[in-house]
Design a protein around this ligand. Structure first.
Ligand SMILES: Nc1ncnc2c1ncn2[C@@H]1O[C@H](COP(=O)(O)OP(=O)(O)OP(=O)(O)O)[C@@H](O)[C@H]1O
Length: 279
């Protein structure tokens, strides 16, 4: 049967938009549950009543045209919006069934469990070694020199960077190529043992070869981590994610297995976006 188009958000006023949902094939465990999330910047609402389950040990991609709220919603998952004065988040977000907006929750610990990688690689102006060792030190995860060396090597290995930098660990992280810097930032996130890694357009500042390398890395990391990624590149979402969520004007329009979203979207706006009709 034909699926009735959801109301256009432009004209919906207070009427909620109904997200079109397709189930994931393998009944993966939900790592992150979000329910009825609204985000406001001052008086302006940027996210409207979004509910989305994010599966464990998989890559979930957020796609949608510029300004639709992908980054805003991503930043709710490690309470990064707390750092923006005028931002206000309501609704429920739980990781492993624990409400992360619970006033008793330790935000510093949360941000270690939920690592973040940004659009532009942002290594600290310190050595490669110190970029990785810094987090474990402030979180008290290592004491001896050997502990630190193990964590640094292990994190760089998992980020696929160790072989390239092992002879210059004391050189500045900022001296690496853009793609290496981004893998260094991924290694830095891994070093504090997160369960979840948020990535906000992690390849948008990289050339195609560095992008391919980071995409390969993301694909390897998903065996151990839950990854949530904002991307402008639909090819990238299709290549690396298992679940895709399409946002438009602050609404979650459609979500489901990536393959289905890209081969047979059920919502007209999703189809228009993935076929390049807008955005
Ligand atoms: N710090 C802020 N203060 C006020 N408004 C903001 C702030 N950050 C984002 N917004 C607004 O919230 C809406 C969603 O922005 P957001 O950056 O989340 O979208 P996006 O989909 O990630 O966009 P892009 O793909 O361009 O990065 C936009 O209207 C934006 O102008």
């Amino acid at each position: 049967a034909a699926i009735a188009p959801a109301p256009q958000p432009e004209s919906s006023g207070d009427a909620p938009i109904r997200t079109v949902r397709s189930p994931m094939p393998n009944r993966a465990r939900t790592k992150i549950e979000t329910k009825g999330v609204d985000v406001f910047y001052g008086q302006k609402q940027a996210i409207f009543d979004v509910s989305l389950d994010i599966p464990e040990k998989a890559v979930t991609a957020f796609i949608g045209p510029s300004g639709c709220g992908k980054s805003t919603f991503l930043r709710c998952i490690n309470r990064m919006n707390d750092t923006i004065d005028i931002a206000r988040v309501t609704g429920r977000i739980a990781i492993d069934e624990r409400d992360i907006y619970d006033p008793d929750l330790d935000v510093v610990e949360l941000r270690a469990r939920v690592g973040m990688v940004f659009q532009k690689p942002n290594p600290f102006p310190k050595s490669i070694f110190e970029n990785i060792a810094y987090g474990p030190r402030i979180h008290g995860l290592a004491r001896s020199k050997t502990d630190f060396e193990e964590i640094v090597e292990g994190s760089l290995r998992r980020a696929g960077l160790f072989e390239e930098v092992k002879d210059r660990l004391q050189e500045p992280g900022t001296g690496l190529s853009g793609g290496q810097q981004q893998r260094l930032c991924i290694a830095r996130a891994i070093a504090v043992n997160p369960d979840v890694i948020l990535m906000d357009e992690p390849c948008s500042a990289l050339d195609p070869i560095a992008t391919a390398r980071v995409e390969e890395l993301i694909d390897e990391l998903r065996t151990n981590y839950t990854i949530v990624m904002v991307t402008h590149s639909m090819q990238q979402a299709a290549r690396v994610s298992q679940k895709t969520a399409f946002f438009h004007l602050g609404y979650l329009v459609e979500e489901g297995p990536t393959e289905g979203i890209f081969t047979s979207p059920r919502e007209k706006r999703t189809q228009d976006y993935i076929t390049g009709r807008f955005g």
